[in-house]
Design a protein around this ligand. Structure first.
Ligand code: G16
Length: 558
């Protein structure tokens, strides 16, 4: 189908939905039969080969979202992040660079499951009347994609949906998810007093690198390189871009797993999810590199919105040598550092931390002794919203997805405060630079990597010093395949199952057998599986507990 001219489609929009074009689009991108899509934790995610109809339809909704927001640019990112290469997905980004407003998710789910064009048009009309959308308002949508082989076809379907709606289309090409979020915010704030940065990929690197260099330049450099596992994904390209802006005297990076061409390589045996879930080095690292004990290493995920760090305490061959510095450890490092700067600066700002049920019990205890801590369900949108309630909200999922939010009033306080001493002046200027360094739209592996480097450099710490904050409780994450994961419903920030009825009581009975134990079960929003998390005080008991809970899930077999 040839793309309709944007001007004629825009004219048609003034009169109502472009129904004829939508009929043509649905014919070209039919919904696969017997598939139920869900717009969940991270948009829609499934096998890339069956997603064209989803892309076409979510594009229509994105154009409506932009109209609802008075023509501001919204974003679409084609990625399946940490999932295997054959998967793909689509996440929608709102005008301030945050995740799509949650009340629109059910409309997305209705639209992607409509079996024909009439049903789709009805779903769109329901949205238009519920959200009171003025169709004559212009629309603008920017989209990007990761390195997956299914991306070109999905982007084509997406562009077709946007053109049908007469939207202004900005094709940002290959991007990390956080770069796309950055672009949305930068495009919408350009030329205003809140300008977030140049709305280009170069602008993104320029902003981050200028802040990073200003923060680290007064501290002695670290001589050892930071070894970065790029998950064979788009993060590899972003790291090359970043290195052009940050000289080796400021950050010595050794990029690994940068192969974006070999089929099947993405996230395979590497990447943040592999390292965090298996609590081990990326596969093959031991053989390839002479990894010196204490050397800092980190892994991005497939779209570079998560990061975990790690190091070896002794030789790679030695059991227990591997030490993980995950999202919880990053949150603790960042919260401590910011609290200290706020105190030194002499300003009144409440620093708080947001975690999920996956946060290691030791990290929660450590943080609660220092700052207020909130627990939310999994998913950036939940953590982000909770973090916005603090002046400075540090939010991280244990899997390495997170960032720090400085509220508008906190930013004003930092900018306008009169320092009472040279030390306070220095702390204020560091806080100002942090506001620039941290990608406040969403978790960002590159920005978080730089944040950790800044803190370690300013403290003159190695990985082992950072690791010393607290000792993780032994923990394990398992995946269980069930007939219907949606039958597993939770409450209390996912810490308790309410369905299937009776399963939680059985889990509680099992947990009670172990010292200092905790376990919960929830349906994944990104994979067709139920996740089981278990932690306990005594390492030898952990496998038994995790396996017993996983068995209970399997036996329930709904
Ligand atoms: C997405 C979400 C994260 C979530 C992760 C796993 O990350 O953005 O908030 O922690 O999925 O979710 P689940 O356990 O529901 O599968 P990503 O990096 O895959 O986009």
């Amino acid at each position: 189908m040839a793309l309709p001219s944007t001007i004629s489609a825009a004219r048609a929009m003034a009169e109502g939905l472009p129904t004829q074009l939508i009929h043509e689009g649905v014919k070209e991108y039919p919904k696969p039969e017997a598939v139920k899509f869900t717009y969940g934790t991270a948009g829609v995610r499934t096998k890339g080969a069956i997603l064209e109809s989803v892309c076409y339809r979510i594009a229509l909704i994105s154009a409506l979202r932009s109209k609802k927001l008075g023509g501001k640019t919204v974003g679409l990112m084609v990625t399946a992040s940490h999932n295997p290469e054959e998967d793909n997905g689509l996440k929608a980004v709102d005008a301030r660079g945050e995740m799509l407003e949650s009340s629109w998710e059910s409309h997305c789910t209705a639209a992607v499951n409509a079996t024909n064009a009439d049903e789709l048009i009805a779903a769109l009309e329901t949205l238009i009347s519920t959200a009171k959308i003025n169709l004559s308002t212009p629309a603008s949508v920017v989209y990007g994609h990761d390195t997956r082989p299914t991306c070109p076809a999905l982007c084509k379907a997406l562009a077709s949906g946007l053109a049908a709606m007469g939207a202004n289309i900005i094709d940002a090409g290959l991007k990390t998810t956080p770069q796309l979020h950055y672009l949305v915010k930068a495009l919408n704030t350009k030329g205003t007093p809140d300008a977030y940065g140049e709305p280009t990929e170069e602008g993104y690197y320029a902003k981050l690198s200028a802040a990073y260099i200003s923060l680290v330049s007064k501290f002695p450099p670290t001589s050892s390189p930071l070894i970065v596992d790029c998950a064979n994904g788009v993060g590899a390209a972003a790291l090359i871009g970043l290195k052009k802006h940050i000289g080796e005297q400021y950050l010595l990076i050794k990029a690994q797993r940068t192969d974006t061409k070999t089929p099947g390589a993405l996230n395979s045996g590497c990447g943040a999810d592999y390292v965090k879930t298996n609590q081990r080095l990326p596969s093959g690292y031991e053989k390839e590199s002479s990894l010196a004990p204490g050397e800092r290493m980190c892994s991005f995920d497939g779209d570079a919105d998560r990061i975990v760090f790690y190091y070896l305490r002794g030789p790679a061959s030695q059991p227990d040598s591997f030490r993980l510095l995950d999202g919880d450890k990053i949150a603790s490092l960042a919260a401590d550092y910011i609290v200290e700067l706020v105190k030194k600066a002499g300003v009144e700002l409440e620093v708080g931390c947001v975690q999920t049920a996956y946060a290691n019990g030791s990290s929660t205890k450590y943080l609660q002794q220092r700052v207020p801590v909130t627990c939310t369900p999994t998913g950036v949108k939940h953590l982000h919203a909770a973090a916005e309630r603090y002046d400075v909200g540090v939010y991280f999922e244990a899997n390495g997805h997170g960032t720090v939010l400085f509220s508008e009033s906190a930013q004003r306080t930092i900018k306008e405060a009169e320092p009472s001493s040279p030390a306070a002046e220095d702390a204020l200027s560091q806080l100002s630079a942090l506001v620039e360094l941290i990608n406040q739209t969403v978790g960002d592996a590159i920005s978080d990597m730089l944040l950790v480097e800044v803190i370690l450099r300013s403290r003159q710490w190695g990985a082992e010093d950072w690791d010393g904050a607290y000792e993780d409780l032994p923990n394990k994450l398992l995946k269980v395949t069930v007939k219907d994961r949606f039958a597993f419903k939770t409450e209390d920030a996912e810490r308790k199952l309410i369905s299937p009825v009776g399963l939680q009581a059985k889990i509680d009975n099992e947990v009670a057998k172990y010292k200092g134990a905790r376990s919960f079960v929830r349906a994944s929003g990104t994979e067709d599986a139920v996740r089981v998390y278990a932690e306990c005080a005594l390492a030898p008991e952990l496998d038994k507990l995790a396996t017993a809970v996983a068995r209970l899930v399997q036996e329930t077999d709904v």
